[in-house]
Design a protein around this ligand. Sequence first.
Ligand code: AMP
Length: 396
Amino acid sequence: MDILVINAGSSSLKYQLVDKETLQVLAKGNCEKIGLDDSFHKFEIGELSETRVMPIPDHQSAVQAALDVMLDPEAGCLKNLSEIVAVGHRIVHGGEYFSESVIITDEVRRRIEECILLAPLHNPPALMALRACSILMPNATPVAVFDTAFHQTMPAKAFMYALPYSCYKEMKIRRYGFHGTSHHYVAERAALLLGRSLTDMKMVTCHLGNGCSLAAIDGGFSVDTTMGFTPLEGVMMGTRCGSIDPAIVSYLIENKDLTPDDVNNLMNRKSGLLGISGVSNDLRDVQEAAAAGNEQAALAEQMYAHSIKKYLGQYAFEMGGLDVVVMTAGVGENSARMRELIFHNLGTMGIIIDPARNALSGGERIISSDNSRVTVAVIPTNEELVIVKDAIRLIG
Ligand code: AMP
C-alpha cells in the first residue's frame, strides 16, 4: 500500500510515491514546463535516474507520465494502480476554512476553488492535479494539506492589518502565512531532538529557501509569521522584496509609468537578493560575488541577514521570551556563513553560536554553544513526509 504526494505548480508537477508502512520513498519526479514546447519529466526510481523530454500538454498528462514510469514492468515500482490508497495534495491556500489537513470531499473542493481569489497562481494548478488524480485513480482517497493551515492559530492582533475593518470582512484581507507544513514539521522535530515538549517552548522557525518566512511558535502554536496576505510580505528573499513601505507601489505606478502588474512583477521576480546584487537569486552565487569584491552582492548578503535578525527580535518580544531557533530549507540548512551573519553579536540576547558546530553539515543538529541560553538547531525540512503522515492518519 502506497501514498502518492502531489505538489502542483502552474507549469510543474512534483511527486513522490511513498510506502505506507516503511515510509520509504519508492519513486520521485518532476514534470516541468507543462504546456510548453520543451516540457520534460525528470524522475528517480530505485537505481534509475532519467530525464525524458516529452510532450506534457497539461496536468493530467503529467500525472499520467508519473504513473506510467511507476507502472513500468521493468523499472517501475507498482504492479497495479490500486496499490495507491491515498493521494496527498499540497494546497497553498485554504483561507480561513482549514486549520488542518482534510480528506477532499465536494465541499472541500468548493472551498479550495473559493480560495483561488486569494492564490490565483497556486490553487488552480492544484485543482487541475486533483481532477487528474480523481480521473486516473478514482479509488485512491484524496487528501489536502494546506500551507496556510498551521498559521490559523494566530490571534487577530497578529493576523489583522490596520486597514478599514471592511477590508477584512468583505475582502478577506488579512495575514494568512505560508510554509505552514514546514514550520510545523521542523518545530516538532526540534522538540524531539532536544527531548523537550513543544508545549513549554517558545520557538522561532526560519524557513529560508527561495521563498523565506519565519514563524513564532508558542507552546506548539503559530502565533505570528512573516508572510502575510501573500507570500511577498516579510523577510527579503531570492527574488522577492519582502516588506517595504506600501506607498512605494503607488509612487512607482505614478512616477515610473509602470502598471500594477509591472510593479507586482518587479517586487516578486526582480527584487530580493537578485535585485540588490544584480548577480543572482541564489545565495551561493551572491556570496561568491561578495567574496570576490562585488559591493552590491555584499550589501545583498548583509540586508538578507539584517531582515531575518529584525523579525527574530520582534518575535522574541512578542512571545515574551525565546527558547529555541530552528533553521531550515536551502539557506537555513546549508549556509553556515549566513547563519553566522544572522546570529552575530547576539550574545547579550542569549544566543551564542558554536563556530565548529555551525561549520558541520548534514542532518538534524544543534549549532549553539553549551552556554547559549537559546538553543539554535538546524533541522532539514520534509514537507512530503508531513503530507504522507497526514494522509495515513486521515485514511485510518
Ligand atoms: P529551497 O527553496 O529550500 O530549495 O532553497 C533553495 C535556495 O537555497 C537556493 O536558491 C540557494 O539560495 C540556497 N542554498 C542552497 N544551498 C546553499 C549553500 N550551500 N549555501 C548558500 N545557499 C544555499
